[in-house]
Design a binder for this molecule. Structure first.
Ligand SMILES: NC(=O)c1ccc[n+]([C@@H]2O[C@H](COP(=O)([O-])OP(=O)(O)OC[C@H]3O[C@@H](n4cnc5c(N)ncnc54)[C@H](O)[C@@H]3O)[C@@H](O)[C@H]2O)c1
Length: 707
């Protein structure tokens, strides 16, 4: 079926529509590329065309990029080079067609889509919110291979191009205009018609683009350019810890092709792309992207379930989490009422929301008026006034079952009967909370992570009586708030905290067995975790971590047997970061070095594990998580290994380049994991770390969580 259609608007003005049949999006599939290539050949001889405007009739989409499965399927550098060069050359020949070409960007214009737009003579964008212009390839572990790495630095300032290609950031119409990525922004109503009229009115005229300042010219000069690249390399090294090859390759390519003829630069771009496309890192990042995308296609409930509309919300308890959750509602223009037991509490919530919006204001991502409008969505009270019209209430009061039950039962009397209630509890049973409600089907868990504005995961917890409609409502509102939700069955620690438990616990056991705090944290940072496990204990609070460990120990028995280290440290008055005293020393809330005094606090400390290699230390902390994940899967806490991976990456920062906890298990093989756990059990860990029946079953089935 034809993807492209050519329409004659008279006088030499033509429109080329990109419209993928039976699809909401336009992507460069293999078939679309082939058709594009043939069409370009046909257009080359057309003498009647003066100007060709590329449009898309699809709502909110220009061209979303190249087909990701095509990139995923590339298994050798030669095949990658062949595929990349084919698309790249088709677009290059398009750029050479002997008439003006205008890209009419009415929606998402990403990756290959923007690369086609860059091959046009001019670009116009609509002012619609759906307009996203960028080159996000770096997020998939590759670089723009259809000419984007070559053409963007020739269109805009080098610093802007570098930033866009390295960060994958996406610009709306106004920002794209400011940076020079587009030449005009037009109203979204009848956008394609306006774009065609613009192309006609501006035919033959050179667009006025943002000029380069003296500073830009100095920075791009042969003397300072290497300095600029060195600075960028340092930033990239700091951000990626050297674990992601793509940003380095991008910098090498940009440095090497600067000022070079386009044809030769394109050849180098294709080669650089091909080397990256076959890396394991790229395959894992693509897998992760697809997992995250799959969340967008359902609402977490049984097929056919429809979610309820959420137009007004309320939050109970305006503390650290309540304030963050209120911000997340207001950020999506959902009016939110915060209720606390004291005005101090309410003010704290306001402060929290205000700080988050204030940051956007400071970064100029929002105007003062927008800031004020967002803040106006957040109101507070000490009573239930305003609860009579809400559709959703999130409970975020103190972590105490009796208090939560009382507050929830009371709240239920003040909200409309359709309203959905949920708890942000991190450890208490949703099913038990349902016992005090007269409409338990309207209640579930919505577990945000701290800090709410930065952590992308939300666990949607289904208690025994939670209806599918409630699951769908919570899942959809989490998505609307810009989060990635996963549905988790009610159970101690839900998914993420349950899996973190053995990780943090083993770290504390290793400390007890003579490994230094510094080394424990360093090996896990080297593995790719965003923070070492002992630092994490300090962040969470040594008291909170000890409390959660006890809850999980009670629930799971010997496999969650807790190290006595935290109790010994707690006894010395150390609570972690919050009181400035923990495993680390703190100054004005900022962690300094390790407090060596803690080593003396643990009386039963031995030197048993001090000689373990770095690799063994990593296994000691990571493999018990895999062991626990096998049971969680068997118990149906989540329904697939993909959800475990998504949960661990989005909820704990498990290194994305490893594809997630169970992708990592599969790449090590579960046989190896089970063998090592057996060894750790024999070395003194006993039943705490012994491979469980669920893990052994995976090992016997072939050694992989994914078939
Ligand atoms: N802090 C975290 O890292 C984190 C992460 C995920 C989930 N949680 C969960 O979120 C919930 C809140 O945690 P937090 O860290 O924001 O606590 P917090 O102590 O910062 O805030 C709790 C707020 O609830 C208020 N409150 C107490 N009783 C109330 C009542 N009867 N009615 C209304 N308000 C009341 C308090 O005044 C306080 O402002 C807990 O269930 C916790 O387990 C916390």
């Amino acid at each position: 079926m034809a993807v492209f259609n050519l329409k004659d608007h008279g006088g030499g003005f033509f429109e080329l529509g990109f419209d993928q049949p039976d699809s909401k999006a336009n992507v460069f599939t293999e078939e679309a590329l082939r058709e594009f290539d043939q069409m370009v050949s046909g257009l080359a001889s057309r003498k009647d065309i003066k100007c060709l405007t590329v449009t898309s009739p699809k709502q909110g989409i220009f061209i979303a990029g190249a087909d990701i499965n095509l990139i995923k399927s590339l298994d050798t550098i030669d095949r990658a080079l062949e595929g990349c060069s084919y698309g790249q050359q088709a677009i290059h020949r398009f750029s050479k067609l002997p008439f003006e070409k205008v890209a009419a960007i009415g929606g998402a214009c990403l990756g290959g889509g923007f690369e086609l737009a860059l091959a046009c003579s001019k670009r116009v964008a609509s002012d619609d919110r759906s307009v996203k212009i960028g080159l996000p390839e770096v997020n998939l572990g590759v670089l723009p291979g259809f000419g984007g790495s070559v053409r963007l630095p020739r269109l805009v300032k080098l610093s802007v191009a570098m930033d866009m290609i390295l960060s994958g950031k996406q610009l709306d119409g106004a920002r794209a205009l400011k940076s020079g990525c587009v030449d005009a922004v037009l109203p979204y109503q009848d956008f394609n018609a306006r774009a065609l009229a613009w192309a006609k009115a501006n035919f033959g005229k050179a667009p006025r683009r943002p000029g380069k300042t003296l500073v830009d010219r100095v920075m791009e000069s042969p003397v300072f350019r290497p300095v600029m690249f060195n600075m960028a390399r340092k930033t990239v090294q700091g951000k990626t810890k050297g674990k992601y090859p793509a940003p380095f390759k991008i910098l090498d390519l940009l440095a090497e092709t600067w000022g070079m003829g386009v044809e030769e630069a394109l050849k180098r771009e294709a080669r650089a792309f091909s080397v990256l496309a076959v890396t394991q890192v790229s395959k894992q990042l693509i897998g992760l992207f697809q997992l995250a995308e799959s969340v967008k296609k359902h609402n977490g409930a049984a097929p056919g379930t429809k979610e309820k509309k959420v137009e007004r919300a309320a939050v109970l308890g305006a503390g650290v989490m309540g304030g963050g959750i209120a911000w997340a509602f207001a950020n999506k223009d959902i009016p939110v009422r915060m209720k606390d037991i004291s005005w101090d509490g309410v003010l704290l919530g306001w402060k929290q929301a205000g700080e988050n919006f204030g940051y956007s204001l400071k970064k100029r991502r929002m105007t003062k008026n927008q800031y004020l409008a967002k803040m106006a969505h957040v109101t507070g009270a000490l009573d239930y006034s305003g609860f009579g019209t809400v559709d959703l209430v999130v409970e975020a009061v103190v972590e105490n079952m009796d208090v939560k039950k009382k507050v929830l039962a009371e709240t239920e009397k003040h909200v409309p009967s359709h309203a959905v209630l949920c708890s942000n509890t991190s450890s208490l049973s949703i099913t038990e909370m349902q016992s005090v409600l007269s409409r338990p089907e309207n209640f579930g868990g919505l577990h945000f992570f701290n800090p709410v504005n930065r952590m992308p995961l939300v666990e949607v917890i289904a208690g025994e009586k939670t209806s599918q409609e409630t699951v769908a409502t919570l899942f959809e509102i989490a998505k609307k708030m810009g989060k990635t939700p996963i549905v988790v069955r009610d159970g101690p620690g839900f998914l993420v905290n349950r899996l973190l438990m053995p990780y943090m616990n083993e770290a504390l056991f290793l400390f007890e067995e003579g490994v230094s705090v510094e080394r424990i944290d360093r090996v896990m940072l080297d593995f790719g975790m965003p923070m070492g496990p002992i630092r994490l204990v300090d962040e969470v609070g040594i008291d909170v971590a000890a409390k959660v460990a006890k809850i999980l120990n009670k629930a799971f028995g010997v496999r969650a047997q807790a190290s006595t280290t935290s109790d010994a440290i707690l006894a010395s008055g150390r609570l972690g970061k919050k009181n400035g005293k923990g495993f680390y020393l703190y100054e004005n809330g900022k962690p300094g070095g390790v407090d060596m005094a803690v080593e003396q606090l643990v009386k039963n400390r031995t030197a048993k594990s001090a000689r373990l290699s770095d690799a063994e230390l990593v296994q000691r902390m990571i493999y018990p998580m895999i062991n626990e994940a096998a049971i969680a899967l068997d118990e149906g806490i989540v329904s697939s290994p993909g959800e475990v991976d998504l949960g661990m990456i989005m909820g704990t920062g498990f290194p994305p380049f490893r594809g997630g906890l169970l992708r990592h298990a599969d790449s090590e093989t579960v046989h190896k994991v089970a063998e090592a756990l057996d060894r750790f059990a024999e070395q003194g860990g006993g039943d705490r770390v012994r491979p469980n029946a669920s893990l052994k079953a995976v090992s016997h089935r072939g050694g992989f969580f994914r078939k």
